[in-house]
Design a binder for this molecule. Structure first.
Ligand SMILES: [Zn+2]
Ligand SMILES: [Zn+2]
Length: 434
């Protein structure tokens, strides 16, 4: 098999300005230097003519082009524009009333860029190799999924009169495989230099992916599982994969209490069981947390407190629903890692059950709650209304698949990347595709 390529949506706008740093070709034409394309009568106006799409191809593998004013960090507080440089093919297409610039390139080069910008410079080689294999697997699984869907939108929201169950996956790009922002994976081409250790990890694992029963694994990862890994269906659509099972993130312990039972979940979350990811080792944490200095390290077990007013206005703002004063937050359904899949919000004006895990995390925090594996304590109750809520929780992120903190610990303890991968994706096979 030949190395597959990936199409990445970089930016869109009514006008797109770009520069070819080397000679590119468009059919028989050769093109160089600064260019400008704009939307005109639903088509692409470029060089005095109208086109349905434009595909500029490089002549050599090192040839590059620059896109002017790419917006990065869309909707984040650090949103800004910058010029970015890419290798590979530049494609311009029409999407609605705008142009979209798409970069098509080999998967290995794409991975070099995304893993360099995602991972901390202190990460160990075995951790980076693990990441290279799961990123490659995830990407190929998404490409295959998009092809199978063929433009059809899968269901991702179920609303009844008393429930709102939503999940957020990455199937909403019709004309390219992934976008360049955090929604999929942050990709900035060759704008920033890649890390030598990442290059080594990618080269050493070239073409390797995780498979199960001959199928590419939809390999997920999150920061910290909290001691037990979660199932796919607790976070996304209602399917489960044998290689994404609820397992203890531990070498010694294999028994898991049934954390779907409230009493067991409470005991689990309010204790600090042994696990690979149960660590406070600063050197290890800095391998995974890019902005380590600015981030708290209390995520294996954490707590958040809100006053009645804070919680009520937060939920109103995030959900768009006025619940009145919040009477209680009641766990309705938990997954095997203790993560809430459905949570009932009881208010003086309204009661509604929300899910799945990300919807719960978004609704109960100005940004995102660390995880949905939490228990609720109500304090200072007067006339049935608590004045204060304390959420005690476990883990950071959805907890499905590889646990980054746990994997970093395993890397430090001398496990090689194959061990690490097969610990988190039990029963999977590491296969070299090309
Ligand atoms: Zn995306
Ligand atoms: Zn873990």
């Amino acid at each position: 098999m030949k190395e597959p390529s990936v199409t990445v949506g970089i930016m869109s706008g009514e006008t797109i300005r770009f520069v070819f740093n080397d000679t590119y070709t468009l059919g028989d034409l050769t093109v160089e230097g600064p260019q400008e394309a704009h939307i005109e009568q639903g088509r692409i106006g470029w060089n005095g003519q109208l086109y349905d799409q434009l595909v500029f191809t490089p002549q050599h593998s090192n040839d590059s082009f620059c896109l002017k004013g790419v917006t990065i960090g869309v909707k984040f507080h650090w949103e800004r524009q910058e010029d970015q440089t890419f290798r590979g093919t530049l494609k311009l297409i029409v999407e609605g009333d705008r142009l979209t610039a798409i970069n098509e390139l080999g998967i290995e080069e794409y991975l070099l860029s995304v893993i360099s910008s995602e991972m901390s410079a202190t990460a160990s080689l075995e951790l980076l190799k693990s990441h290279a294999v799961i990123s490659r697997s995830w990407l190929l699984a998404q490409i295959q999924k998009n092809k199978a869907l063929a433009g059809k939108k899968p269901v991702s929201c179920i609303r009844t009169h008393d429930e709102l169950i939503r999940w957020y996956d990455r199937e909403d790009h019709d004309h390219f495989d992934v976008c360049a922002d955090d929604h999929c994976q942050r990709y900035q081409g060759i704008t920033r230099e890649s890390t030598p250790l990442v290059a080594q990890a990618i080269k050493a694992t070239r073409g390797e992916i995780l498979t199960y029963d001959g199928q590419t694994c939809d390999a997920r990862f999150s920061k910290c599982c909290g001691g037990v890994m979660e199932r796919f269906s607790s976070c996304w659509e209602n399917i489960d994969y044998p290689y994404l099972e609820a397992l203890r993130d531990s070498r010694h312990e294999h028994d898991i209490p049934d954390l779907r039972v409230e009493e067991n979940a409470r005991r689990w979350i309010c204790s600090s069981p042994e696990a690979f990811c149960n660590t406070t080792d600063k050197q290890i944490l800095s391998q995974v947390l890019n902005n380590y200095d600015q981030e708290t390290t209390d995520f294996y077990r954490w707590s958040v407190a809100y006053t009645q007013q804070e919680l009520a206005s937060l939920i109103r703002e995030k959900s768009g629903i006025d619940f009145g004063e919040i009477i209680n937050l009641v766990p309705v359904e938990r997954g095997p890692s203790g993560r809430l899949i459905r949570l009932q919000i009881q208010g003086t004006r309204q009661t509604l059950t929300i899910g799945k895990e990300l919807e719960i995390r978004r609704t109960l925090s100005p940004s995102h709650l660390y995880s949905s594996a939490f228990v609720v304590e109500r304090e200072e109750i007067a006339d049935g209304i608590p004045r204060r809520f304390v959420l005690r929780g476990a883990g950071w992120g959805h907890g499905v698949g590889l646990c980054q903190i746990g994997a970093a610990v395993m890397g430090e303890q001398g496990y090689d990347y194959r061990h690490i991968l097969l610990h988190y994706f039990a029963g999977a096979t590491i296969e070299k595709l090309y």
